[in-house]
Design a protein around this ligand. Structure first.
Ligand SMILES: NC(=O)c1ccc[n+]([C@@H]2O[C@H](COP(=O)([O-])OP(=O)(O)OC[C@H]3O[C@@H](n4cnc5c(N)ncnc54)[C@H](OP(=O)(O)O)[C@@H]3O)[C@@H](O)[C@H]2O)c1
Length: 281
């Protein structure tokens, strides 16, 4: 059985690959990457590294692949076409199963980013290629990537209100993807979120405790939060996207209590406090 990972050079892919190699052996793993030079170290370990661009997805790169993990790409607006091209290539190459990293509660989510994931889920259904949906919630790391200025100013801004967030660490979601890819069956749909949930006020309290400094959550309207993000230099599209998902959080769009992820990986998920502590260490 040959397992391929598309998006192998990204942060999620880099956490998936060692776990996949540990499970199935390097000789059975194909890493697909735009620029193979990025994964030269991995090639030296016996993993097959092949050039693969979602914008020009070549079925030849998927020759012999039984199961493909399609990690969603990162250029918002281009992804429906890119993912469709990958699915078409996989079909042409005779790939037996695709596991796709979608978004939590894709059919009902009000998060602006959901459209491309719905398009891809529909393209998978239309393709007839057996598939598994990994509907990933937000990464813990989305909240811990830039804590220094929040601690300095004593404030974490957002539009999330009292909404509860059940985020999971990127490593836990990588473990879930590996488990589903290796042991899952066509038709599986996983809503993948952390075991625990928190409001942004509770998140700020964790940050304050761990940093040993006063930090409070400041709730704003979606428009004011977008303006604040633009004010610190974020591009308009990113500020609007982040403000949209923060506001959607106020309606619990990032909450899930199914505990599917911990069942899939056979252990509890990483608490947000642990990810905060790691980020501040
Ligand atoms: N759940 C969440 O909280 C969350 C947060 C952010 C993003 N996401 C989604 O989850 C995905 C994985 O997360 P991540 O943290 O690993 O993101 P990431 O670090 O940005 O990785 C994205 C990967 O996609 C690859 N890629 C992009 N366009 C491509 C193309 N045209 N052809 C081939 N490969 C292409 C990149 O390759 P290169 O190395 O060549 O650039 C990279 O390997 C993201 O791409 C995004 O769709 C989820």
């Amino acid at each position: 059985m040959i397992y391929a990972v598309a998006g192998a050079s990204g942060q999620l892919g880099q956490l998936v690959l060692p776990q996949l190699v540990a499970k199935v052996g390097a000789a059975n793993v194909v890493a697909l990457v735009r620029n193979p030079a990025k994964l030269a170290d991995l090639a030296a370990t016996g993993v097959s590294v092949r050039a693969f661009d979602y914008d020009a997805a070549d079925p030849a790169a998927l020759a012999g692949v039984d199961r493909l993990l399609l990690i969603s790409a990162n250029e918002v607006g281009k992804r429906s076409a890119q993912h469709k091209a990958v699915i078409d290539a996989a079909k042409a190459a005779g790939v037996g199963l695709i596991a796709y990293t979608s978004i939590l509660h894709a059919p009902t989510s009000t998060i602006g980013l959901v459209g491309e994931h719905r398009d891809t889920e529909a393209a998978l259904a239309a393709s007839g290629v057996p598939h598994i949906l990994l509907r990933n919630g937000w990464y813990n790391e989305n909240y811990t990537g830039a804590l220094a200025p929040s601690i300095e100013h004593g404030a974490i801004l957002g539009a999330a209100g009292e909404g509860r967030i059940a985020s999971a660490s990127r490593a836990d979601l990588a473990a879930g993807a590996v488990a589903a890819l290796v042991n899952g069956a066509a038709g599986d749909v996983h809503e993948l979120a952390g075991d625990e949930s928190y409001t942004m006020a509770e998140f700020a309290a964790h940050v304050a405790r761990i940093a040993g400094k006063p930090v409070a959550y400041v709730n704003m309207s979606q428009a004011d939060y977008a303006a604040a993000l633009k004010g610190v230099g974020l591009p308009d599209w990113l500020a609007e996207m982040l403000a949209n998902s923060s506001y959607a959080t106020s309606h619990d769009q990032l909450f899930d209590d199914s505990r599917s992820l911990s069942r899939l990986i056979g252990r509890a998920t990483t608490p947000i406090a642990e990810t905060i502590a790691a980020a501040l260490a």
